[in-house]
Design a protein around this ligand. Structure first.
Ligand SMILES: CC(C)(COP(=O)(O)OP(=O)(O)OC[C@H]1O[C@@H](n2cnc3c(N)ncnc32)[C@H](O)[C@@H]1OP(=O)(O)O)[C@@H](O)C(=O)NCCC(=O)NCCS
Length: 212
């Protein structure tokens, strides 16, 4: 097994893995077409952490994150925002319960983001806040049949090394309290850093790791 940078050629396999191991995640509900656009957008702009674990030519693990999350998200939305919105729209037409959930929990936030983006298109990016340089890990995925063999640990170790090389001082992540992943991050030495409630009302555990 080796960990390497994810490329466009890995996206299909990484998205399959995403759907298989995180079927309950909100992003997954938008379907594989949306997720492929999302992963390609992730890879296309600088500042992303995107890794796969490959075993015998097969993708058995994947990690997404960013060394500068705010800039990475801005660049991604600027480049592919309308493609992402199109794929979300297509998913909503097919899935009315999803449309209702989106409307109830996230519509205001997403619309606000697109509005701010449109206004800021020509403006300079806002100044970075003072404080440590903080990167983020958003997804760690390991094939169900291969879990428990150190693949997740190897992916996170490489993400930490890349974040360090990029100048991050800390990495953060959030995970739902009902996922066993919290024990994984505990074992890897991440520090619990309270809970946060998203604007959609979901509670997440926050973890922090000192990269330096
Ligand atoms: C969480 C996940 C990424 C862990 O990957 P993995 O390859 O199975 O983990 P590893 O084998 O590298 O385990 C590393 C350490 O964490 C521990 N660990 C991993 N999963 C654990 C669990 N569910 N409960 C308790 N400990 C766990 C392992 O025992 C190991 O500790 P050790 O080396 O001291 O024995 C994987 O189980 C997964 O993909 N889960 C589904 C998706 C998910 O929840 N992702 C995280 C949120 S995005």
């Amino acid at each position: 097994m080796r960990v390497r940078a994810m490329t466009d050629a890995d996206v299909r396999a990484a998205v399959r893995l995403h759907v298989d191991v995180l079927p309950m995640e909100f992003l997954t509900r938008f379907g594989e077409r949306f997720l492929r656009t999302y992963y390609r957008a992730w890879l296309a702009v600088p500042g992303g952490l995107a890794l796969v674990a490959e075993d015998d030519g097969r993708v058995v693990g994947a990690l997404l994150g960013a060394t500068g999350p705010a800039e990475h998200t801005r660049a991604m939305v600027r480049r592919d925002g309308w493609r992402l919105a199109r794929d979300i729209g297509l998913a909503l037409v097919r899935d009315w319960p999803l449309a209702r959930d989106l409307l109830v929990t996230r519509a205001r936030r997403y619309a606000g983001g697109l509005y701010r983006l449109a206004r800021r298109r020509s403006a300079a990016a806002p100044a970075a806040p003072a404080g440590p340089v903080v990167g983020e890990v958003t997804h760690v995925l390991v094939d169900a049949a291969q879990q428990g063999h150190g693949i997740g640990r190897a992916l996170v170790a490489e993400a930490i090394a890349q974040a360090r090389a990029a100048g991050d001082e800390q990495l953060v992540l959030v995970t739902p309290p009902d996922l066993a992943a919290q024990h994984f991050y505990d074992r890897l030495g991440w520090r619990r850093d309270g809970e946060i409630t998203s604007r959609s009302g979901e509670v997440f555990l926050r973890y922090r790791y000192d990269v330096r």
